[in-house]
Design a protein around this ligand. Sequence first.
Ligand SMILES: CC(C)(COP(=O)(O)OP(=O)(O)OC[C@H]1O[C@@H](n2cnc3c(N)ncnc32)[C@H](O)[C@@H]1OP(=O)(O)O)[C@@H](O)C(=O)NCCC(=O)NCCS
Length: 296
Amino acid sequence: MISDDRLNYKILPFTEDDIPEAMDLKNALGWNQTVADWKRFLYLAGEGSFKVLIEYRLAATCFVFIRDHIAWLAMLIVKEEYKRRGIGRALMEKSLTYCKERGIKLIKLDGTQEGYPFYKRFGFLDEGAVGMFKGKIGSLDYVRSLASGLKPKRVEMTNLEGIISIDTEAFGVGRAALIERLFVDYPESGFISGVKAISGYILFKPGHHSYQIGPLIASSRMEAEALLDAAIERIGIENRKADICIYSLLNYPDAARLFKRKGFACVRRLIRMYKGENVLQGRENMLYILSGPEKG
Ligand SMILES: CC(C)(COP(=O)(O)OP(=O)(O)OC[C@H]1O[C@@H](n2cnc3c(N)ncnc32)[C@H](O)[C@@H]1OP(=O)(O)O)[C@@H](O)C(=O)NCCC(=O)NCCS
């Protein structure tokens, strides 16, 4: 048991039994994650899944996703009544030690406005802005740009290898486990494009409030648009009133312009931050939509 002057609390491994309380924690913030998302976080972060208990109740969560030499820190949430009492610090120190023990050289995250001053205190630096875009079926323009000649095809399990290959090129580090798990959780919820080899792909999934599209990786703006149109059209078939949200790096204006043209509006900004040697070498101009604010 760790204690300070004000609180007694424990940092313990997060388990599936914590998910109902974790849903309450993130619902209080209006976030979009579902039960399936928490299960996937646990699966992907493994021993890097932490929680804080106070009087046997969930008071905070934090996940560290490790991919090769980099770590992604996410879902750091402290329950409102326990904020500003050192719990965030304790979880951050636990996560930094966890990363150090595993030889991690770079930690990244997409910080909220509230998290930003907190992360600054731990030496995280700004890398750029991430926009959260929202749109609604009915007010989005997704008339297929068939003139481009690009006809995206529904994803199949056999596409996995090709998708992982293009994703690694764009993202700069392999995230096969994430993509494989998205395929299993949401089969056929995506499209691919490309003539001989896969040159672009898009995935989507239902969220707590809105559908979330991402990742979208494409080799050109026309390809990105064709994939995005296909995904929006498909979501519209599943739910004619669906809200859709997407997260994208704002330092690549081509993507933001495309979303605005389709009818999406940028409703919120996050700050991409890093700590350590920022050696991630991807191709950001292919990275139109992120997998989400939790995992880059
Ligand atoms: C951001 C968050 C995790 C901080 O947790 P916390 O338990 O309140 O933080 P701590 O009490 O451990 O604070 C650690 C340090 O950060 C500072 N800090 C914490 N929140 C701050 C804020 N909103 N503004 C300025 N400084 C802040 C504290 O003053 C403290 O500094 P000090 O050690 O120099 O005194 C918490 O506010 C939260 O859960 N917010 C909602 C969810 C969220 O946005 N999470 C970030 C996801 S990317």
